[in-house]
Ligand binder design. Structure first.
Ligand SMILES: Nc1ncnc2c1ncn2[C@@H]1O[C@H](COP(=O)(O)OP(=O)(O)OP(=O)(O)O)[C@@H](O)[C@H]1O
Ligand SMILES: [Mg+2]
Length: 472
C-alpha cells in the first residue's frame, strides 16, 4: 500500500548523490516525473558543497562513493537535510547503522520503483507531520509543564487548570491517587502557585510517625509535658505558619488526633501538648491518601466531619496506565534529569524500547518509570537506551503479550513523535497484512505493495520476525 501523497511535491527539493551516471540520471528522471525538484552530485564532497550552498528537503545518497562514503556524507551533513542511503542488497548491517546514526531510511540497490515511491511517500508524511509539529510546539510552549510536573494528557491539563484556579484561595485540598502518581509533587505545585510560596512547605507522613509522637510532632509541646520534653518545641503547624502543611497518608491518623486536627482547622489555632494557651495559626492544609476514605468513614476509621473539612476540593491523579500519552514525555524528562545529575550525555530511546515502555502496566506509576529510566541510563552502554537494560518485569510482560494472538501496537493520539508514530503505523500495517495472509510473507508483501525483500528488512528492523509463533 502506497500512502497517499500529502504535500505538494513541487515544494520538495531532492539532492541525488551517486557516482554512477546511469543511476543518477534514471533516479533524477523518476523523481522529476513524480514531480520533485532535483539536483545531482557525483561525489560526496560535491554533494556536501551543494548542500552548503543551497537548501534541500531530502538527500538520496549512495553508500559507496569514490571519495568520502555515504556514511561520511551523513555525518558531515548533520542536520542540513534528512538523508536516504542507497545500499547494495545484503548490506543490511550498514543500512541499520545508518538509521541509528540518523539517516531517515535506506533503500536497497538495484532500486525497486515501488520501494522508492513508498519511501518517498513516507518521507512526505514525515515532512507534513514535522511541519504540523513545529507549529503545534510553538503554540503549546510551556503549557504541559507546570512546576516540575510533566504531562501531556488531557486529564493532567485539567488538573493544572484546577490548581491555577485554586491559587488565589486558601481552600483545603485532598489529593488521591495510587502510589507514585505524583501526589506530593502536586501538593508542592499547589503551594508554589499560591501567594504562600515565599513561606514554608512542610510535609509530614502521618503513616510513618509512631502514634505517641504524632501529637507533639503536629502541635508541639511545652517543656515538661512528658518525660522526654526537656524544652519547649514548636510543632509542624507552627513551622508551616503562613505556608502550606502537607499531610501525606492522612488516612493513617488515629481517631483522637483526627479530632484535634479538625479543631485546628475550624478554629485556626492550635494548643501545644501540655499547654493551656491557644496559638493562632495561618496554614493551608493539603492532604493526600491512597486509601478510600469514604469507605473508612463507613466503617468508623475516619471522621466524616474531618473528611468534609479536608476535601473541600479534591483532585484525583489517574494511574499512568490510563494516560499512556504521558509516558514519552516523562521518559524524556527523566532521561534529561538523571543524565544531568549523573554527568553523562542523555541517551535516545529507540522505537522498540519506547514500545515496551508504552505497553507496560506501571503499577508503581511515574516513580517506577523514573527508577526504570535511571537504571537503564546507567546500564546501557551505547548512546541509546537498550532493551536489555530494562527491568525483567518490563521484558517479561512484553513476552507475555507477543505470545498471545496478535502483537499490539500502541498509537497514542497525543504522542507527537513522528518517528514513533510512523514506525507504529508500519508495524500495524505489516501485522495486519501477515494476519490476513496467515503469516505468508510473499502474499503480505503484495498486499503492502512493497517488495518481498523490503518486507524482510522491515521485519528484521522491527524485531517482528523469528520466534513469534504468529508471524511465521
Ligand atoms: N508528572 C510528573 N512529572 C515529573 N515527575 C513526576 C511526575 N509524577 C511523578 N513524578 C516523579 O515520581 C516520583 C514520585 O512522585 P510523588 O512522590 O509525588 O508520588 P506520590 O503520589 O506522592 O507517591 P506515594 O503515594 O508513593 O507517596 C517523584 O520522584 C516525582 O518527581
Ligand atoms: Mg507521596
Amino acid at each position: 500500500m502506497i500512502p497517499a501523497r500529502s504535500i505538494d511535491p513541487l515544494q520538495l527539493r531532492i539532492l541525488v548523490i551517486d557516482d554512477d551516471n546511469e543511476v543518477r540520471l534514471s533516479l533524477q528522471t523518476v523523481l522529476e516525473t513524480l514531480g520533485y525538484l532535483t539536483a545531482t552530485a557525483a561525489t560526496g564532497e560535491e554533494g556536501l558543497e551543494t548542500l552548503a550552498r543551497d537548501s534541500y528537503d531530502l538527500v538520496i545518497c549512495d553508500l559507496r562513493l569514490p571519495g568520502i562514503s555515504g556514511m561520511e556524507v551523513l555525518k558531515q551533513s548533520g542536520s542540513a537535510a534528512p538523508l536516504i542511503l542507497m545500499t547494495a542488497y545484503g548490506n543490511q548491517d550498514i543500512a541499520t547503522q545508518a538509521v541509528h546514526a540518523g539517516a531517515f531510511d535506506y533503500i536497497s540497490k538495484p532500486i525497486n520503483p515501488d520501494d522508492l515511491i513508498f519511501t518517498l511517500r513516507k518521507f512526505e508524511e514525515f515532512e507534513r507531520l514535522k511541519r504540523e509539529n513545529t507549529a503545534l510546539r510553538a503554540s503549546l510552549s510551556d503549557k504541559y509543564s507546570f512546576k516540575n510536573i510533566i504531562a501531556q494528557s488531557e486529564s493532567f491539563k485539567s488538573i493544572f487548570e484546577t490548581v491555577k484556579r485554586l491559587s488565589q484561595f486558601n481552600t483545603t485540598v485532598m489529593i488521591t491517587g495510587e502510589s507514585g502518581t505524583g501526589k506530593e509533587l502536586l501538593a508542592r505545585a499547589i503551594h508554589e502557585s499560591s501567594a504562600r510560596r515565599g513561606k514554608g512547605f512542610i510535609a509530614i507522613n502521618c503513616g510513618a510517625i509512631p502514634e505517641q509522637l504524632m501529637e507533639s510532632e503536629l502541635f508541639g509541646h511545652r517543656k515538661g509535658a512528658f518525660t522526654d520534653a526537656s524544652r519547649d518545641k514548636k510543632g509542624l503547624f507552627e513551622e508551616a505558619d503562613g505556608g502550606t502543611l502537607f499531610l501525606d497518608e492522612v488516612g493513617e491518623l488515629p481517631l483522637h488526633l483526627q479530632v484535634k486536627l479538625l479543631r485546628a482547622l475550624q478554629e485556626h489555632s492550635i494548643r501545644r501538648v501540655g499547654d493551656e494557651q491557644m496559638i493562632p495559626i495561618d496554614v493551608r492544609v493539603v492532604s493526600a491518601t491512597l486509601r478510600n476514605l469514604e469507605a473508612d468513614v463507613e466503617n468508623g476509621r475516619f471522621r466524616e466531619d474531618l473528611l468534609y473539612r479536608l476535601n473541600v476540593v479534591s483532585i484525583h491523579l489517574p494511574p499512568l496506565r490510563e494516560r499512556k500519552e504521558d509516558i514519552p514525555v516523562l521518559v524524556d524528562h527523566f532521561i534529561q534529569k538523571h543524565s544531568k545529575r549523573l554527568g553523562i550525555p542523555a541517551k535516545k530511546v529507540p522505537v522498540d524500547v519506547m514500545q515496551l515502555l508504552l505497553e507496560y502496566e506501571w503499577r508503581g506509576n511515574a516513580r517506577e518509570l523514573e527508577n526504570c529510566m535511571e537504571r537503564a541510563l546507567v546500564l546501557s552502554q551505547s548512546n541509546e537506551i537498550e532493551s536489555e537494560a530494562l527491568p525483567e518485569a518490563v521484558l517479561r510482560s512484553h513476552k507475555r503479550r507477543i505470545h498471545g494472538v496478535v502483537k499490539t501496537t500502541v498509537i497514542d493520539n497525543d504522542n507527537l513523535s513522528i518517528k514513533q508514530r510512523a514506525a507504529a503505523l508500519e508495524i500495524d500495517l505489516i501485522q495486519r497484512a501477515l494476519a490476513k495472509t496467515g503469516g505468508n510473507r510473499t502474499h503480505a508483501a503484495k498486499i503492502l505493495e512493497i517488495s518481498h525483500r523490503a518486507l524482510l528488512y522491515k521485519l528484521k528492523e522491527y524485531g517482528l520476525s523469528g520466534s513469534d509463533p504468529d508471524l511465521k
